[in-house]
Write a protein of this length. Structure first.
Length: 198
């Protein structure tokens, strides 16, 4: 599994394939920029993982990945991150990058009451909420293909501390396919990535 970053500050997305550029031209400008830097990061991480991919278009909001590749993309404020690996080794992956603030008063939208202690002391609660939100987003991306429509939103996921990260469990899925391990990349900061739980 490999991880890559791309930024709007790098200039035109040279790693993007012509079919992806054509698709981007049909999108509104803010979405177009996110799409292009996301694809740049995706192609970087696919190459770094020793894999190859042609154009990666869309299936609804998700990238339409080539056979044999598992990957995830996220973007925030002109920066995109991607994670990729061979699907036979990583059947599902999720990643999330959050650079915008999230007010503590929004915690009820992300956490259920038993998870509230994860916020910690008030002086660090806002930063911690952003980490928890990002962890749930990464887990949601990794688990939703496995659990189907039963996983409707972030509150359908339960986080429990697990070493340096979290174990994310989908409600109603006690078996292994409803769990992923979530950690932070680079160490100690965002973004969060989710991997199948062993």
């Amino acid at each position: 599994m490999r991880f890559a970053v791309a930024s709007v500050h790098e200039g035109p997305p040279v790693a993007v394939i012509d079919e992806e550029r054509r698709l981007a031209r049909t999108m509104p400008p803010p979405r177009r920029g996110d799409f292009l830097i996301g694809r740049r990061a995706l192609h970087r991480t696919v190459r770094a993982a020793g894999l190859t991919a042609g154009p990666v278009l869309c299936d609804g909001p998700r990238p339409r990945l080539p056979e044999g590749i598992s990957a995830s993309i996220s973007h925030s404020r002109g920066i995109a991150v991607a994670v990729a690996g061979p699907a036979d080794r990583f059947p599902t992956l999720g990643i999330d990058l959050e650079l915008a603030d999230l007010p503590v008063r929004a915690a009820h939208l992300v956490l259920r009451e038993p998870e509230r202690p994860l916020l910690g002391p008030p002086r660090t609660a806002a930063r911690r909420l952003l980490t928890l939100y990002s962890a749930k987003e990464a887990a949601f991306k990794a688990l939703s293909p496995l659990t189907g429509p039963a996983l409707r939103g972030l509150r359908d996921l339960r986080l429990t501390p697990d070493g340096a990260g979290f174990l994310a469990q989908a409600d109603g899925h006690p078996e292994r396919r409803g769990r992923v391990s979530v950690g932070q990349l680079p160490q100690g900061g965002l973004p969060c990535r989710a991997l199948p739980h062993d």
